[in-house]
Design a protein around this ligand. Sequence first.
Ligand code: MBD
Ligand code: FE
Length: 284
Amino acid sequence: MTDITTEKATAAASGAAATEQFRSKQQARTAEADTQRVDTLVTELLTATHDIIRRHQVTYAEYDALKAWLIRVGEDGEWPLFLDVWVEHTVEEVAGEVREGTKGSIEGPYYVPDAPILPAESTLPMREDEAGTPLLFQGQVTGVGGSPLPAAKVEIWQADDDGYYSQFAPGLPEWNLRGTVIADESGNFRIHTIQPAPYQIPTDGACGQLIRAAGWHPWRPAHLHLKVSAPGHQLITTQLYFTGGEYVDDDIASAVKPELILSPTVAGDGSGNEVTYDFALDRA
Ligand code: MBD
Ligand code: FE
């Protein structure tokens, strides 16, 4: 994992950390390289590009601007960010077509495996003075038929109230707002955290340059990231959002689904907000 030692959060530093994180995850996998499949996919991608050039009469100035920008994406380490914001949602859509249970959503660039293991009722690692409204996030993990899944695993990660993820921005404790919660014998969990804030993707790197050049905005709605799993069942990677929240209807990463929007209520004891969300996992 790249150490982030600079004082200010920069696109290049978080990009380098995300690139490093992806590389360490990828090492465990064997590359599939079916020649026929590579031929088909790359040929179609290139043909689509050639068609766009003809249809829009793309100039040399535009071609060179693209080349310069692609080089910069690499220099800033922003390939994970670019791909996860603008491409991953379609890959997730295709992957999700064969599942019945809880809807998935994209993983994004900021997952780190092996977050601290916590009991079924837990407070996520956070600073003494962690900003944000306290949120009790509770629920049950079951199979698609409703049977409880004992000792299900709920991995959760989120940005802090300033929109920063630990290990991808400077100055945060290593596992801040990250945890691996082991549900109880009935699949129940109660996670005490803070309500996340909308997330602004870095504006000072190549992705920010594209966003400005195209007149887009750089925001994702506030979200919790989750990976939920249980023995004999398919792991689901998803995200949960908050009803009425800014950018819920206009996510730069196109990763919101109506089934994934939470409606928290004010906790009876005045300690913040609380919400219940149950997960149904497909059989492996
Ligand atoms: C995020 O927090 C995120 O979840 C995605 C998908 C892309 C960029 C930042
Ligand atoms: Fe995120």
